[in-house]
Design a protein around this ligand. Structure first.
Ligand code: NAD
Length: 490
């Protein structure tokens, strides 16, 4: 927690923040093994092809699911009659199946106009929703977009701190109403910017035939693993989904390569992939010596020293993986550098160094690694919001990071049916790289996002772990920003 955030959490700080209208960062709820993923029940609304499978998947996470009327229209005569909020699969809930009147935090605790009954009972009086999930795949006309308002408006102020909003849609191209499905993006991104107290909102576009491939993505988005991810549009395509034997160790028996693993985000990625069961091959420059060895030991993996820009590095890395491990399952291109300067003052060396480490080396390493990437393999490129939105003083860096997005898009097509490739684009993450930033850009980077704070390396690492998960096979060609919905870029 940074100094401003600590101050804003005190009684005096809260008063000053409120009076001056300053950003109010709320401590983010992150994943802790053994703790429930959400802080309250899930209200599931909307009516489309995803409602039934999604309800099942959420219930499997242990969360209590409360079902709202399929059309989400209050008072339109939902399953339970005129309330617009219907009984779910479990029938009448405890306490008469009604949660109406459970006013909390300035809003009703259940959908307006009636009670919410569900599988395990409605939200208890005063209880806040852990998540609001809406299946919008049935929205086949612009007129039906009103169902979003009908579902969310009465309940949005009763979302728990660090609660989750997930809207499920279809890829707009090919949808009955392309306009309506595209409209969901504007809704979700705006709602993400309105939510307070660490809550987040995402849109998941699920292709026809991919209904069974949503589990790992919902598991990620409806938990503290996605603490610093908001305002994102994630696409899931049809894929053969393999559920891991041990859900706590989904990468058991797999080998993961993480470049730039000696510190910062790379070290956190190594740690989380190791936690998930992978043997992590931690790679960094020879000068990283003891720091890299320490990370490798901590995660129960192994260390290897390469400068990825060296001409013989791609072949050397592929050879090592083939000889020692018989191949690789997950490749995370995390190594990166900055040499910031406005273009008019930038030396050719500063340009070349950044392009070479951040982009050209990844491309060359991929060329060799694809020979040893096992079936179902995953490649994750670490981009940056600079690569999405551009940033003054970073023409070299933004060029390289936008190039990373192009690399994974091309790779995603190349690997179709035998693997997946995605990019993560971190925003302001508290590491040595951002600690070296001048005061003002650091202040702006840290506060100008929907959760008003910097992220932690573990937030990027959890996002990578979701993309590496065996059940995320349908998630490919995506760019997922881990930026707390930074005001920079889309
Ligand atoms: P960092 O500087 O703390 O760590 C980068 C690591 O990469 C270092 O250990 C370094 O030795 C290694 N590395 C550099 N050049 C290498 C080379 N030629 N061969 C092998 N290893 C090399 O950086 P970080 O903040 O942890 O960032 C990690 C990644 O995330 C980078 O790609 C960075 O561009 C990206 N990113 C970071 C932020 C942020 O806010 N920190 C934001 C957006 C993107």
């Amino acid at each position: 927690m940074d100094r401003y955030q600590s101050f804003a959490g005190t009684a005096l700080g809260r008063l000053v923040v409120r009076k001056l209208g300053l950003p109010a960062p709320h401590p983010l709820r992150r994943h802790v093994p053994g703790q429930p993923p959400l802080d309250g029940p899930v209200l599931l609304g909307g009516g489309g092809r995803l409602r039934e499978p999604v309800g099942r998947v959420i219930a499997e996470t242990g969360a209590r699911v409360v079902e709202a009327a399929p059309d989400g229209v209050v008072g339109s005569g939902g399953v339970a009659g005129t309330s617009g909020v219907a009984a779910g699969s479990g029938g009448a809930a405890a306490g008469g199946g009604a949660a109406a009147g459970g006013a909390a935090a300035g809003g009703a605790a259940a959908a307006a106009g009636g009670g919410a009954a569900g599988t395990g009972g409605g939200a208890a009086s005063g209880e806040l929703w852990g998540a609001l999930v809406f299946d919008a795949t049935g929205i086949d006309s612009v007129g039906r977009l009103r169902e979003l308002h009908a579902f969310f408006q009465p309940v949005v102020r009763s979302l728990a701190p660090c609660g989750r909003v997930v809207v499920l849609g279809s890829p707009p191209e090919g949808a009955v109403s392309r306009a309506a499905q595209r409209a969901l993006e504007g809704f979700t991104r705006s709602l993400g910017k309105e939510l307070r107290r660490g809550a987040t909102a995402q849109l998941v576009q699920v292709a026809e035939g991919a209904e069974g491939a949503v589990g790992s993505t919902l598991g990620f988005l409806l938990s503290g693993r996605s603490a610093y991810v908001s305002g994102q549009v994630v696409r899931i395509g049809p894929a053969e989904v393999v559920a891991p034997a041990d859900p706590e160790r989904p990468l058991d028996g797999q080998v993961a390569l993480v470049t730039g693993a000696a510190r910062g985000i790379g070290a956190a990625i190594a740690e989380v992939l190791g936690r998930d069961g992978a043997h992590v091959v931690c790679l960094d420059v020879p000068a990283s010596g003891a720091a890299l060895a320490e990370v490798a030991e901590r995660v129960g993996g192994s260390a290897c020293h390469f400068d990825i820009t060296a001409p013989d590095a791609p072949r050397g890395i592929a050879g090592l993986l083939a000889e020692r491990h018989g191949g690789v399952d997950v490749v995370v291109h995390n190594a990166g550098i900055t040499r910031d300067r406005t273009l008019g003052r930038m030396t050719p060396d500063e340009w070349d160094a950044v392009l070479s480490v951040n982009l050209a080396a990844q491309e060359r390493v991929n060329g060799e690694l694809l020979r040893v990437l096992r079936g179902g393999g995953r490649v994750v490129g670490v981009s940056s919001i600079g690569g999405v939105a551009g940033n003054a003083g970073q023409t070299n860096y933004a060029t390289s990071k936008a190039g990373v997005i192009g690399l994974v898009e091309a790779l995603s097509e190349e690997l179709r049916g035998r693997g997946a490739a995605n990019a993560v684009a971190p925003g302001f993450i508290e590491t040595a790289m951002t600690a070296a930033m001048p005061l003002l850009p650091a202040l702006v980077g840290r506060r100008l996002n929907s959760v008003a704070q910097g992220g932690l390396p573990v937030d990027v690492a959890e996002t990578v772990a979701w993309l590496a998960h065996p059940a995320s096979a349908g998630v490919t060609g995506n760019v997922v920003r881990v930026c707390g919905q930074s005001l920079l870029g889309a």
